[in-house]
Design a protein around this ligand. Structure first.
Ligand SMILES: NC(=O)C1=CN([C@@H]2O[C@H](COP(=O)(O)OP(=O)(O)OC[C@H]3O[C@@H](n4cnc5c(N)ncnc54)[C@H](O)[C@@H]3O)[C@@H](O)[C@H]2O)C=CC1
Ligand SMILES: O=C(O)C1=N[C@H](C(=O)O)C[C@H](O)C1
Length: 240
Protein backbone atom coordinates (compact mmCIF):
# COMPACT_ATOMS: atom_id res chain seq x y z
CA UNK A 1 0.00 0.00 0.00
CA UNK A 2 1.28 3.52 -0.90
CA UNK A 3 0.59 5.90 1.98
CA UNK A 4 0.66 9.70 2.16
CA UNK A 5 1.51 10.88 5.68
CA UNK A 6 -0.17 14.18 6.56
CA UNK A 7 1.46 15.30 9.81
CA UNK A 8 4.96 14.15 10.74
CA UNK A 9 5.00 14.68 14.49
CA UNK A 10 4.90 12.06 17.26
CA UNK A 11 2.11 10.06 15.59
CA UNK A 12 3.22 10.55 11.97
CA UNK A 13 6.71 9.22 12.76
CA UNK A 14 5.42 6.24 14.79
CA UNK A 15 2.99 5.38 11.96
CA UNK A 16 5.78 5.61 9.37
CA UNK A 17 7.83 2.99 11.25
CA UNK A 18 4.86 0.60 11.52
CA UNK A 19 4.03 1.08 7.81
CA UNK A 20 7.60 0.22 6.80
CA UNK A 21 7.68 -2.79 9.16
CA UNK A 22 4.48 -4.08 7.49
CA UNK A 23 5.93 -3.72 3.97
CA UNK A 24 4.11 -0.54 2.88
CA UNK A 25 5.69 2.43 1.08
CA UNK A 26 5.58 6.14 1.91
CA UNK A 27 4.25 8.08 -1.12
CA UNK A 28 4.95 11.46 0.51
CA UNK A 29 5.10 13.40 3.77
CA UNK A 30 3.17 16.64 4.27
CA UNK A 31 4.04 18.74 7.31
CA UNK A 32 4.54 22.43 7.97
CA UNK A 33 8.25 22.19 7.13
CA UNK A 34 8.11 19.75 4.15
CA UNK A 35 7.98 20.61 0.43
CA UNK A 36 5.18 18.11 -0.37
CA UNK A 37 1.62 19.52 -0.60
CA UNK A 38 -1.57 17.46 -0.42
CA UNK A 39 -2.54 18.85 -3.85
CA UNK A 40 0.54 17.15 -5.37
CA UNK A 41 -1.12 13.75 -4.83
CA UNK A 42 -4.05 11.86 -6.36
CA UNK A 43 -5.38 8.30 -6.04
CA UNK A 44 -2.91 7.37 -8.80
CA UNK A 45 0.01 7.88 -6.40
CA UNK A 46 -1.65 7.15 -3.05
CA UNK A 47 -3.81 4.30 -1.76
CA UNK A 48 -4.56 5.94 1.61
CA UNK A 49 -3.60 9.22 3.32
CA UNK A 50 -3.14 9.12 7.12
CA UNK A 51 -3.75 12.47 8.83
CA UNK A 52 -2.51 13.23 12.38
CA UNK A 53 -1.89 16.98 12.70
CA UNK A 54 -3.52 19.46 15.05
CA UNK A 55 -7.04 20.73 15.79
CA UNK A 56 -6.72 23.92 13.70
CA UNK A 57 -5.30 22.10 10.63
CA UNK A 58 -7.34 18.90 10.37
CA UNK A 59 -10.47 20.16 8.60
CA UNK A 60 -8.51 21.87 5.82
CA UNK A 61 -6.15 18.89 5.39
CA UNK A 62 -8.90 16.29 5.28
CA UNK A 63 -11.19 18.20 2.90
CA UNK A 64 -8.25 18.99 0.57
CA UNK A 65 -7.28 15.29 0.49
CA UNK A 66 -10.88 14.18 -0.11
CA UNK A 67 -11.22 16.69 -2.98
CA UNK A 68 -8.08 15.11 -4.48
CA UNK A 69 -10.05 11.81 -4.46
CA UNK A 70 -7.93 10.29 -1.67
CA UNK A 71 -9.04 7.82 0.98
CA UNK A 72 -8.28 9.44 4.35
CA UNK A 73 -7.73 7.94 7.81
CA UNK A 74 -7.69 10.69 10.46
CA UNK A 75 -7.14 10.61 14.20
CA UNK A 76 -6.66 14.32 14.88
CA UNK A 77 -8.79 15.50 17.79
CA UNK A 78 -10.37 18.84 18.67
CA UNK A 79 -12.00 19.72 15.29
CA UNK A 80 -15.15 17.56 15.31
CA UNK A 81 -17.63 20.46 15.22
CA UNK A 82 -17.00 20.18 11.42
CA UNK A 83 -17.19 16.37 11.21
CA UNK A 84 -20.62 16.36 9.48
CA UNK A 85 -19.29 18.57 6.63
CA UNK A 86 -16.33 16.23 6.11
CA UNK A 87 -18.54 13.14 6.14
CA UNK A 88 -20.94 14.70 3.61
CA UNK A 89 -18.00 15.45 1.30
CA UNK A 90 -16.59 11.94 1.72
CA UNK A 91 -19.90 10.23 0.95
CA UNK A 92 -20.45 12.23 -2.29
CA UNK A 93 -17.32 11.42 -4.27
CA UNK A 94 -14.88 8.64 -5.08
CA UNK A 95 -13.02 9.12 -1.80
CA UNK A 96 -13.40 7.48 1.62
CA UNK A 97 -13.03 8.71 5.21
CA UNK A 98 -12.24 6.77 8.39
CA UNK A 99 -12.17 8.64 11.72
CA UNK A 100 -11.49 7.48 15.29
CA UNK A 101 -10.85 9.58 18.38
CA UNK A 102 -8.72 6.63 19.48
CA UNK A 103 -7.35 3.86 17.25
CA UNK A 104 -6.11 1.54 20.00
CA UNK A 105 -7.81 -1.86 20.20
CA UNK A 106 -7.77 -1.69 24.03
CA UNK A 107 -9.52 1.69 24.10
CA UNK A 108 -12.19 0.49 21.69
CA UNK A 109 -12.89 -2.50 23.97
CA UNK A 110 -12.95 0.04 26.83
CA UNK A 111 -15.52 2.16 24.88
CA UNK A 112 -17.80 -0.90 24.73
CA UNK A 113 -17.24 -1.65 28.45
CA UNK A 114 -18.01 1.99 29.31
CA UNK A 115 -21.38 1.81 27.53
CA UNK A 116 -22.23 -1.52 29.18
CA UNK A 117 -21.41 -0.13 32.64
CA UNK A 118 -23.40 3.08 31.95
CA UNK A 119 -26.44 0.99 30.95
CA UNK A 120 -26.12 -0.97 34.22
CA UNK A 121 -25.83 2.26 36.28
CA UNK A 122 -28.81 3.92 34.55
CA UNK A 123 -31.45 2.68 37.07
CA UNK A 124 -29.28 3.77 40.05
CA UNK A 125 -29.30 7.61 40.32
CA UNK A 126 -27.60 7.50 43.77
CA UNK A 127 -24.31 7.15 41.83
CA UNK A 128 -22.68 10.29 40.36
CA UNK A 129 -20.53 9.79 37.27
CA UNK A 130 -17.25 11.63 36.57
CA UNK A 131 -14.25 11.19 34.26
CA UNK A 132 -10.55 11.95 34.31
CA UNK A 133 -8.01 11.98 31.46
CA UNK A 134 -4.23 12.40 31.73
CA UNK A 135 -1.98 13.23 28.75
CA UNK A 136 1.52 14.56 27.99
CA UNK A 137 2.10 18.30 28.34
CA UNK A 138 2.33 18.96 24.54
CA UNK A 139 -1.33 18.05 23.99
CA UNK A 140 -3.16 21.06 22.49
CA UNK A 141 -6.81 20.13 23.14
CA UNK A 142 -8.79 19.36 26.29
CA UNK A 143 -10.63 17.28 27.15
CA UNK A 144 -9.18 14.54 24.95
CA UNK A 145 -11.18 13.21 22.01
CA UNK A 146 -11.26 9.85 23.77
CA UNK A 147 -12.81 11.40 26.91
CA UNK A 148 -15.47 13.06 24.75
CA UNK A 149 -16.28 9.70 23.07
CA UNK A 150 -16.51 8.10 26.54
CA UNK A 151 -18.85 10.88 27.73
CA UNK A 152 -21.00 10.45 24.61
CA UNK A 153 -21.27 6.73 25.46
CA UNK A 154 -22.55 7.59 28.96
CA UNK A 155 -25.00 10.21 27.59
CA UNK A 156 -26.40 7.59 25.16
CA UNK A 157 -27.00 5.03 27.91
CA UNK A 158 -28.10 7.14 30.92
CA UNK A 159 -31.48 8.91 30.81
CA UNK A 160 -30.58 11.57 33.41
CA UNK A 161 -27.25 12.61 31.82
CA UNK A 162 -27.60 15.51 29.37
CA UNK A 163 -24.02 16.43 28.47
CA UNK A 164 -20.44 16.85 29.67
CA UNK A 165 -18.28 19.76 30.83
CA UNK A 166 -14.63 20.37 31.46
CA UNK A 167 -14.24 20.08 35.23
CA UNK A 168 -13.70 23.50 36.74
CA UNK A 169 -16.21 25.00 34.28
CA UNK A 170 -19.96 25.43 34.59
CA UNK A 171 -22.12 22.32 34.87
CA UNK A 172 -25.10 20.99 36.77
CA UNK A 173 -23.85 18.31 39.13
CA UNK A 174 -25.47 14.98 38.44
CA UNK A 175 -26.92 15.91 35.03
CA UNK A 176 -23.63 16.59 33.25
CA UNK A 177 -20.45 14.46 33.31
CA UNK A 178 -17.50 16.48 34.67
CA UNK A 179 -14.26 15.67 32.82
CA UNK A 180 -11.02 16.52 34.60
CA UNK A 181 -8.08 16.98 32.14
CA UNK A 182 -4.58 16.64 33.64
CA UNK A 183 -1.28 17.23 31.78
CA UNK A 184 1.90 15.41 32.95
CA UNK A 185 5.20 14.79 31.11
CA UNK A 186 5.36 11.80 28.71
CA UNK A 187 1.93 10.29 29.49
CA UNK A 188 0.57 8.64 26.26
CA UNK A 189 -3.05 8.63 27.50
CA UNK A 190 -4.95 7.49 30.61
CA UNK A 191 -8.75 7.58 30.96
CA UNK A 192 -10.94 6.65 33.91
CA UNK A 193 -14.66 6.74 34.66
CA UNK A 194 -15.91 6.71 38.26
CA UNK A 195 -19.38 6.19 39.71
CA UNK A 196 -19.53 7.45 43.29
CA UNK A 197 -22.23 6.95 45.94
CA UNK A 198 -22.27 7.42 49.70
CA UNK A 199 -21.82 3.66 50.04
CA UNK A 200 -19.04 2.90 47.52
CA UNK A 201 -17.29 3.73 44.24
CA UNK A 202 -16.86 1.85 40.98
CA UNK A 203 -14.00 2.83 38.67
CA UNK A 204 -12.89 1.58 35.24
CA UNK A 205 -9.59 2.72 33.77
CA UNK A 206 -7.56 2.37 30.56
CA UNK A 207 -3.84 3.16 30.57
CA UNK A 208 -1.92 3.36 27.27
CA UNK A 209 1.71 2.29 27.78
CA UNK A 210 2.88 3.51 24.34
CA UNK A 211 1.48 5.50 21.41
CA UNK A 212 2.40 2.51 19.20
CA UNK A 213 -1.06 1.12 20.06
CA UNK A 214 -2.74 4.17 18.41
CA UNK A 215 -0.34 4.07 15.43
CA UNK A 216 -0.84 0.35 14.79
CA UNK A 217 -4.63 0.85 14.89
CA UNK A 218 -4.38 3.67 12.33
CA UNK A 219 -2.28 1.51 9.98
CA UNK A 220 -4.69 -1.44 10.31
CA UNK A 221 -7.57 0.99 9.56
CA UNK A 222 -5.72 2.22 6.44
CA UNK A 223 -5.21 -1.38 5.26
CA UNK A 224 -8.91 -2.05 5.86
CA UNK A 225 -10.02 1.18 4.07
CA UNK A 226 -7.88 0.53 0.98
CA UNK A 227 -10.21 -0.15 -1.97
CA UNK A 228 -13.35 1.15 -0.17
CA UNK A 229 -15.58 4.23 -0.64
CA UNK A 230 -17.71 5.89 2.05
CA UNK A 231 -17.51 6.86 5.71
CA UNK A 232 -16.30 4.49 8.41
CA UNK A 233 -15.20 4.18 12.02
CA UNK A 234 -13.75 1.60 14.39
CA UNK A 235 -17.12 -0.08 14.96
CA UNK A 236 -17.32 -0.95 11.24
CA UNK A 237 -13.85 -2.47 11.32
CA UNK A 238 -13.87 -4.21 14.70
CA UNK A 239 -17.58 -5.10 14.89
CA UNK A 240 -17.47 -4.66 18.69
N1 LIG B 1 -7.02 9.08 17.34
C1 LIG B 1 -5.95 8.61 17.99
O1 LIG B 1 -5.82 7.39 18.24
C2 LIG B 1 -4.88 9.55 18.39
C3 LIG B 1 -5.03 10.88 18.13
N2 LIG B 1 -4.02 11.75 18.40
C4 LIG B 1 -4.23 13.12 17.95
O2 LIG B 1 -3.48 13.29 16.76
C5 LIG B 1 -3.02 14.63 16.65
C6 LIG B 1 -1.51 14.63 16.45
O3 LIG B 1 -0.86 14.09 17.56
P1 LIG B 1 0.74 14.08 17.66
O4 LIG B 1 1.36 13.46 16.47
O5 LIG B 1 1.04 13.54 19.00
O6 LIG B 1 1.05 15.65 17.62
P2 LIG B 1 2.42 16.38 17.25
O7 LIG B 1 2.29 17.79 17.74
O8 LIG B 1 3.58 15.57 17.70
O9 LIG B 1 2.42 16.40 15.65
C7 LIG B 1 1.54 17.17 14.88
C8 LIG B 1 2.24 17.48 13.57
O10 LIG B 1 1.31 18.12 12.69
C9 LIG B 1 2.04 19.11 11.98
N3 LIG B 1 1.13 20.08 11.39
C10 LIG B 1 0.53 21.14 11.98
N4 LIG B 1 -0.24 21.81 11.09
C11 LIG B 1 -0.11 21.14 9.90
C12 LIG B 1 -0.65 21.32 8.61
N5 LIG B 1 -1.47 22.35 8.32
N6 LIG B 1 -0.33 20.43 7.65
C13 LIG B 1 0.50 19.40 7.89
N7 LIG B 1 1.06 19.18 9.10
C14 LIG B 1 0.75 20.03 10.09
C15 LIG B 1 2.99 19.69 13.00
O11 LIG B 1 4.06 20.39 12.36
C16 LIG B 1 3.45 18.44 13.72
O12 LIG B 1 4.59 17.85 13.11
C17 LIG B 1 -3.52 15.33 17.92
O13 LIG B 1 -4.76 15.95 17.63
C18 LIG B 1 -3.75 14.18 18.89
O14 LIG B 1 -4.72 14.48 19.86
C19 LIG B 1 -2.85 11.35 18.98
C20 LIG B 1 -2.67 10.05 19.30
C21 LIG B 1 -3.67 9.03 19.05
O1 LIG C 1 -2.89 13.78 21.98
C1 LIG C 1 -2.68 12.57 22.25
O2 LIG C 1 -1.55 12.15 22.52
C2 LIG C 1 -3.82 11.65 22.20
N1 LIG C 1 -4.93 12.08 21.70
C3 LIG C 1 -6.12 11.33 21.50
C4 LIG C 1 -7.26 11.95 22.29
O3 LIG C 1 -7.37 13.19 22.34
O4 LIG C 1 -8.09 11.21 22.80
C5 LIG C 1 -5.94 9.86 21.72
C6 LIG C 1 -4.93 9.46 22.76
O5 LIG C 1 -5.51 9.57 24.02
C7 LIG C 1 -3.64 10.25 22.65
Amino acid sequence: MKVLLIGYGKMGRTIEQILLDRGHTIAGIVDQSTKDKITDFTAEHVDVAIEFTQPTAAYENITTALKQGLRVVSGTTGWLDRRAEVEALASEGEAAFFYASNFSLGVNIFFALNKKLAAMMNPHPQYTVSMEEIHHTEKLDEPSGTAITLAEGVIEEMNNIKGWYLSGGEGKKGEYVPIKALREPEVPGTHSITYESEMDSIEIKHTAHTRKSFALGAVVAAEWLNGKRGVYGMQDMLEL
